[in-house]
Design a protein around this ligand. Structure first.
Ligand code: OSB
Ligand code: MG
Length: 393
């Protein structure tokens, strides 16, 4: 037995799929979501401690390659067997275990890896934010508004968001729903509010003149205008824009973050822990950006309150200086899966749950049972050393 207080051994993982309808459809350039299919995980250690985690993969491969179904397969077939019944030396040791000789599936890896961070915080009786070295007690929040029918409809949403306290308004754009929409929102909100746009890879370098027109609106950033896997062309584009480019989809690892910085492909990074394989890589990207003078913020994937707990903890790290996509529960759901629900104050901030150990929210079991459409229990294989040990004890 090791005496490391963070030593962890997960004996069982339960996977659930819940269906949670959004209060209104969320449209981005590459697709629309009306009901989230959310994968929840529950990790149990041998002493009976447990924690919830969430896999943020979507319904279709329109954001990145992954979906809930590919992630479910990756976790059951390859990832859970790598960790079940194994003693690991703290949560930072999990990412290497899951990524060695393993290509792709970052959201699947992240779900398991983040569960270990959550479990470590639970066992250590520390708020997750404190476990990872978070310093912010409240995190500043922006809203991500989906593509609307008309500039007018978008202006109504944006005004309502500002009235609610949001400090940043991010507008989803695509060819045909860009200049006129952004112009209308800037005119309606005035110059004092931060406006960002997110294209989710809807443009190419042939659109450079149109993208240059966006410079006129003094945007905080243009998120992911070009190809999902592109670092090279974003550098070419950034040279021609005054507005900072923020990369989302393109930053899949610490190396890609370094490439962006070295090549000038962008000046801001949206860190989503699911996209980069979990907390260890998120923290490494955060640290690199801090050293390099690159601000970061925490993106969202329409998570339930479980996934949000991890994002809020991550966003409490010092270099998360720009508002995150960390909207409160009611922006997405009639009712969230957790108590308390996530709330935002009138100055657009969300409190980091520093008075509660672990992830800081409690899933509502009745509600989760009611919404569950698939359930699978994963346990360590019988031949595992820990089982032999138990028999000999
Ligand atoms: O590009 O940031 C994105 C949601 C799904 C897929 C991609 C993105 C988003 C969002 C939503 O912008 C942010 C949120 O959770 O509020
Ligand atoms: Mg984005």
């Amino acid at each position: 037995m090791t005496t490391n207080p963070l030593s962890l051994n997960v004996a069982r993982i339960e996977l659930r799929e819940v269906r949670l309808p959004l209060r209104e459809p969320f449209r981005i350039s590459s697709g629309v979501c009306t009901e989230r299919r959310i994968m929840l995980l529950q990790l149990f250690d041998a002493d009976g401690s447990s924690v919830w985690a969430e896999c943020v993969a979507g319904e279709e491969p329109n954001y990145t390659e992954e979906t809930i179904d590919t992630a479910w397969y990756a976790i059951t077939q390859w990832l859970a067997p790598r960790v079940l019944g194994k003693t690991v030396d703290g949560p930072a040791a999990v990412s290497p275990l899951l990524s060695q000789n393993f290509r792709g599936h970052p959201m699947a890896r992240a779900a398991v890896e983040m569960g270990f961070w959550g479990l470590a915080a639970t066992v250590a009786e520390l708020p997750l934010s404190r476990l990872i070295g978070g310093t912010h007690e409240r995190v500043v929040t922006g809203i991500s508004i989906g593509i609307q029918e008309s500039p007018d409809a978008l202006v109504q949403r944006a005004k309502a968001a500002v009235a609610e306290g949001y400090q940043k308004v991010k507008l989803k754009i695509q060819p045909g729903a860009d200049i006129a929409y952004v112009h209308a929102v800037r005119a309606a909100l005035g110059d004092d509010i931060d406006i960002a746009v997110d294209a989710n890879s809807a443009y190419t370098l042939r659109d450079v003149n149109l993208l240059k027109e966006l410079d006129a609106f003094a945007l905080l950033m243009i998120e992911q205008p070009l190809g999902q896997d592109d670092i090279i062309r974003h550098a070419e584009l950034q040279r021609q824009l005054t507005t900072p480019i923020c990369l989302d989809e393109s930053i899949t690892s610490l190396d890609r973050a370094e490439d962006m910085i070295n090549m000038g492909s962008g000046r801001i990074i949206n860190i989503k822990p699911g996209r980069v394989g979990g907390f260890a890589t998120s923290i490494a990207i955060h640290d690199l950006c801090l050293q390099s003078g690159v601000p970061v913020w925490c993106g969202g994937m329409l998570e339930s309150g479980v996934g949000r707990a991890y994002n809020v903890a991550l966003a409490s790290l010092p270099n998360f200086t720009l508002p995150g996509d960390l909207s409160p529960s009611h922006r997405y759901w009639e009712r969230d899966l957790v108590t308390p629900e996530w709330t935002m104050d009138e100055s657009g901030t969300v409190g980091v749950p520093l008075d509660r150990p672990g992830i800081g929210v409690t899933p509502d079991m009745d509600r989760i049972d009611e919404l569950t459409v698939r359930h699978e229990t994963l346990i360590a294989p019988r031949s595992d050393a820990s089982m032999t040990g138990a028999r000999n004890a």
